[in-house]
Unconditional design. Structure first.
Length: 157
């Protein structure tokens, strides 16, 4: 059975990143970085990491929401995004509809929408830099011969 743990390391901007790791019992030559879907580190993502470890890979799933892990929980994201996606497609880009939607949200919910929808480009840029930092951390700390990366939903846009 793979060894599981949560680890912490520094990202490009000095922020602390938390990651779920699964390490095979038999050692490893390669590592796989698992990029989570929009909902963060869920049981699905942990299971992917576990399966990879059972196949002999060191696996690490960085929480790309580590800076605000208290707010960006699976449940919080799901609640807000479910409401956003319930808007008809033609209204999702309508300024008036977006303003009405944003006014119906709590300040915390607005922060989630701002991060994941409104300011998505800067969010993705930061996440890419966090992924590069994760790659460098894995390379320098665990020293695998090869490193791969897979992602789901948001992770492969």
């Amino acid at each position: 059975m793979p060894r599981e743990e949560y680890i912490r390391y520094r990202s490009f901007d000095g922020s602390e990143i938390t990651a779920f790791t699964a390490t095979p019992e038999t050692g490893y030559n390669a590592a796989v970085i698992v990029i989570h879907e929009i909902f963060g580190i869920t049981e699905f993502i942990r299971n992917v990491a576990r399966r990879l470890a059972s196949l002999g890979y060191l696996s690490i799933a960085p929480n790309l929401y580590s800076r605000r892990a208290d707010l960006f929980t699976e449940q919080n994201i799901m609640n807000v995004m479910r409401r956003f996606w319930s808007l008809p497609p033609e209204r999702r880009t309508d300024i008036t509809a977006i303003k009405e939607f944003m006014n119906s949200l709590t300040p915390q919910e607005r922060e989630i929408v701002n991060e994941l929808v409104i300011n998505r480009e800067s969010t993705e840029e930061r996440m890419i830099n966090d992924i590069v930092s994760t790659y460098n951390y894995v390379r320098d700390t665990y020293k695998p011969r090869k490193i791969g990366i897979i992602g789901f939903c948001m992770g492969v846009d």
